[in-house]
Design a protein around this ligand. Structure first.
Ligand code: COA
Length: 192
């Protein structure tokens, strides 16, 4: 049991079981208790995030475009990008473009495959909405593939509604669908 050994050290008593039974809190048994989940935080991207954005963009969007990684980096550079971090590790990003007529656009969102289904996408969408509101947007829009079940689930559950679909196509042929959400107006005295 390497975890317990590390806590106890080489001076640990031979009878580990007896030591645990007597005073478990003094003998490293607490080390086997479940660790608290690392907290998820969301921050603005930095120049050093380029490698992460390129790698995740390639993995997440290669089925739509042969230049997915480079495209994600270009989008991230010309817009505002938020990065989700958990336990000091980047796990996802969202790219938000302020846009015109008070509409902000999500031009890309992706979460590492091994971290999906844990609410990170939802947290990134919420953060993107907050950012858009603070920038004066009253509506948020995006385009995704109408075959992208995970993206549709994420956005429909986050309050987006389907708009027009069908006309556009991704470079690899998938049909696009537009999704829209009204953000509501910011109260004059509210903080961003
Ligand atoms: C789309 C994506 C960002 C979702 O991220 P995620 O962290 O897995 O999403 P969440 O865990 O926050 O899930 C959000 C909701 O969508 C649902 N959902 C997520 N993936 C799903 C799937 N494959 N099938 C059905 N529902 C799904 C969740 O159940 C959750 O609903 P709930 O909150 O009511 O339980 C992620 O799947 C991804 O990176 N995909 C590849 C890139 C991509 O396609 N981006 C979208 C292009 S616009």
């Amino acid at each position: 049991m390497p975890g317990v050994w590390m806590v106890l050290g080489p001076w640990a008593p031979c009878s580990l079981r007896a030591a645990r039974a007597l005073e478990p809190w003094k003998h490293g048994v607490m080390a086997s208790a479940p660790k608290p989940e690392p907290v998820l935080s969301i921050r603005r991207s930095r120049a050093s995030d380029v490698t992460f954005i390129r790698a995740l963009g390639t993995a997440a969007f290669a089925e739509y475009s042969a230049t997915a990684g480079g495209d994600a980096v270009s989008m991230a550079r010309r817009a505002i990008t938020l990065v989700a971090e958990r336990g000091g590790q980047s796990t996802g990003f969202v790219v938000v473009e302020p846009g015109s007529f008070a509409t902000a656009y999500i031009s890309a969102i992706a979460v590492l495959e091994e971290a999906r289904g844990e609410g990170i996408g939802r947290a990134l969408v919420r953060a993107a909405e907050q950012l858009a509101r603070a920038e004066g947007a009253v509506q948020m829009a995006l385009t995704t593939a109408d075959s992208n079940v995970a993206a549709l689930a994420l956005f429909l559950r986050s309050g987006f509604r389907r708009g027009s679909s069908g006309a556009g196509r991704y470079p690899r042929g998938q049909r696009t669908v537009r999704l829209v959400k009204h953000l509501g107006r910011k109260a004059p005295d509210s903080k961003p």
